[in-house]
Design a binder for this molecule. Sequence first.
Ligand code: NAD
Ligand code: DAU
Length: 325
Amino acid sequence: MLVTGGAGFIGTNFVRHTLAHHPGYRIRVLDKLTYAGHRSVAEDAEFVHGDVCDAELVERLVAGSDIVVHFAAESHVDNSLRDADAFVHSNIIGTYALLQAVRRHDVRLHHISTDEVFGDLPLEGSELFHEGTPYNPSSPYAATKAASDMLVRAWVRSYGVAATLSNCANNYGPYQHVEKFIPRQVTNVIEGRRPRLYGQGVNVREWTHVDDHNRALHLILDRGRIGETYLIGSGDTRTNREVVELVNQLMGRDPGDFEHVRDRAGHDLRYANDSTKLRSELGWAPEYADFRAGLAATIDWYRSNRDWWQEDKVSTEAGYALVDQ
Ligand code: NAD
Ligand code: DAU
């Protein structure tokens, strides 16, 4: 199994999960080790340091694989708003290079995507994204992920590539970069800073534990129908303000002790996935049904693994300081 982006947050957890629960796979990771990649956590798999846009390298790696799971991407919306270059390169050209290689070598592909390709839902109401929701991305990040999904769909239809796709909601858990919402606030509190809430914190996200995402991916790899898209989401939606209050509470602080900072440009209001297809066809259900317990375990992980995030924290907060006024 070739895992692109296997040194990032979800990829690292996926590799660990696969080695622990699916020992039949031999895993090779391809990762560029951008600021978001951590080489140390993929030690149990073979590691290739390289760019998924490098067509020659990708061709060679794909030729020696039975299956490709494609996580590699630039993943942070705020970064894409500052400079979209790397997003266009890695997310679009990288997926294209992979598609050409799996097409030539007739190798099965699973493409990891996001609910952000659909844009957002109104704050009020109970509407959900589903597999047929039209694409309407808001941020440069989401637009490049939407483009990559479209490429995969076209290669399935036009060239018969054996691919599946999944669009997951917001993940949380260990090994997530401190630029992202939950680890940023948890590490802020550990370092004695106040959490930072964009705008009024009314935006809603659907929090899915990374292990539940990865269990869904294995179900799709084993039994997903070729050419199909599966939405993944726990069903647990919360405002950002509720999440920050819970982080504070679980860390023994006054829930209301946070700072409002400048809102994100074009900030998507609400995400919520209808994952009925995954649940009914493949029997998936989240094991982390209790967000509070999953968050508490994640907080413990960041408390116990300061060495893993400390260096990233310094550079990340220096970047945020320029825009957080
Ligand atoms: P991440 O930023 O933590 O990790 C991305 C990894 O990809 C890093 O190891 C990085 O070095 C690598 N990478 C980037 N560009 C590369 C390139 N050109 N060649 C090779 N490797 C490259 O991201 P993540 O949060 O783990 O997300 C993984 C995937 O899941 C992405 O495709 C993302 O769009 C998708 N996704 C993420 C979430 C979420 O909540 N984090 C939710 C749904 C979907
Ligand atoms: O929905 C899936 C997507 O989830 C993935 O495709 C992305 O890769 C992943 O980064 C995530 O995108 P978001 O933009 O939703 O996640 P982020 O962690 O950046 O922010 C979550 C929410 O918290 C969002 O509404 C912005 C807000 N926020 C974020 C930060 C970093 C804050 O209020 N304060 C912060 O400091």
